[in-house]
Design a protein around this ligand. Structure first.
Ligand code: HAM
Length: 406
């Protein structure tokens, strides 16, 4: 038997129903916040990620699906969306303020486990050309509203500021010196990260105790960054978005400046409990060869959201399933057609089957109602979950009745 590659998933019904409803919810919330859909390629020239995400990150060093095409050019399956979107923005002539949303598969060569996949699915937004703290707060609020309505249990918004090109160098020097004094207590990975990417050490699960008192970025912020951070917090309070200041929060990608945040589902295993994250990246456009352009964005991991929800897979997939006495089969199928045109989600069996056999299929269909058609002018409608008497509705009125009872 041929199997899908390690770390990939097939999302089949009924699980896929929950995916569909969550993707719709995402479309709804991102549109409500004014983000237009954007589609970019699933692969880019490797340089986009090598430069954008950062040479020293785990993503670039260990996790990219990189290959040569027939002309020997180095291409990479996208490990994330932000670098591609900023590349597309620059290619389009850096068109001022732009708010975009995206969703799709991302690829990282990871050690697969629950919530850590080699192909995984993100939804996200990028707000380009905006430097005010209000845009940070808007992006953070969008993720919070979506995750709350998606019923992610134990949701916490963690917030931090990582400083910028002004204040970060001094912080990094101090941190490096601090870490150098404790080098022999650090794990091999942290020792390797110390020079190139010392902030990653703060995030190391193994070295947690050693770095408990390490200097943190928030203590080194310049006045401008400190002011920006204070404004983000005050805008979040005004928007009623609860958050936890998390001075040790750093992110796995290099492009962040100032605001960094994560959405954590405390119900999940600590290693994979970030259901999303993001932040500000005011230097990224320049790194990719474009004009200086501020930006802020987020990405949420759908696979982890689904895990955290522990959702029941029995979401209603149809409003109605139509079953017909064999003599009224054509009427039944005509009704199905009319209902679909009237925007009712409905289905029926396709082959000729007995009434009883059709009822069996209806029962397994995850429909809300079963509509029973015979030669008379009245149909019987039954709530499939039971507990109610059948309701008689005029044949002409079925669509209106189902819409009113969706
Ligand atoms: P990220 O933190 O690398 O950020 O990924 C965002 C989310 O994607 C994570 O919190 C997690 O839920 C999910 N995720 C990441 N890797 C995997 C994996 N291997 N398996 C399952 N889920 C995963 C970014 O990607 C940034 N582009 C976010 C951003 C947008 N920053 C600014 N704009």
């Amino acid at each position: 038997m041929l199997r899908g590659p390690k770390g990939t998933d097939d999302i089949l019904p009924p699980e896929s129903r929950v995916w569909r409803s969550l993707l719709r919810l995402w479309e709804d919330w991102s549109e409500r916040f004014g983000y237009d859909l954007t589609l970019t390629p699933l692969f880019e020239f490797t340089e986009v990620f090598a430069r954008g995400v950062g040479e020293s990150t785990d993503v670039v060093q260990k996790q990219m699906y990189t290959f040569s095409d027939k002309k020997g050019r180095s291409l990479t399956l996208r490990p994330e969306g932000t670098a591609s979107i900023v590349r597309a923005y620059i290619q389009a002539g850096s068109p001022g303020e732009l708010k975009v949303s995206y969703s799709g598969a991302m690829f990282r060569y990871e050690q697969p486990q629950a919530g850590r996949r080699r192909q995984f699915y993100q939804v996200g937004v990028e707000y380009l050309g905006a430097d005010s703290a209000a845009s940070d707060a808007e992006v953070i609020e969008l993720g919070y509203r979506f995750l709350t309505e998606a019923r992610v249990p134990g949701l916490v918004v963690q917030l931090n500021s990582l400083g910028d090109a002004q204040c970060r160098p001094a912080y990094l020097e101090t941190l490096k010196a601090w870490l150098a004094e404790r080098q022999d207590q650090l794990c091999a990975d942290s020792q390797a990260a110390m020079e190139l990417n010392p902030m990653r050490v703060l995030d190391c699960k193994v070295c947690r105790d050693v770095v408990a008192d390490a200097p943190v970025p928030a203590d080194f912020l310049c006045d401008a960054c400190r002011g920006h951070y204070a404004q983000v917090r005050s805008y979040l309070r005004a928007r009623n978005v609860p958050f936890t200041e998390t001075p040790r929060l750093v992110r796995g990608l290099d492009y962040y400046t100032r605001t960094a945040f994560e959405y954590v589902a405390t119900s999940l295993d600590a290693a994979q409990n970030a259901v999303g994250g993001g932040g500000r990246y005011d230097g990224l456009a320049q790194v990719l060869g474009g004009p200086q352009t501020p930006g802020v964005g987020l990405a949420l991991g759908m696979d982890r959201i689904l895990l955290a929800r522990d959702s029941e897979a029995d979401e209603v997939a149809l409003d109605a399933f139509v079953v017909a006495q064999p003599v009224a089969r054509e009427r039944g199928l005509a009704l199905v057609s009319d209902l679909r045109v009237a925007r009712v989600r409905c289905d029926a069996t396709s082959g000729d089957r007995s009434f009883k056999a059709q009822m069996k299929v209806a029962q397994r269909s995850f429909a809300k109602y079963v509509v029973m058609v015979d030669e008379s002018n009245v149909v019987n409608i039954r709530l499939l979950s039971g507990g109610q008497d059948d309701i008689q509705v005029d044949f002409q009125e079925v669509a209106a009745w189902l819409i009113a009872h969706q």
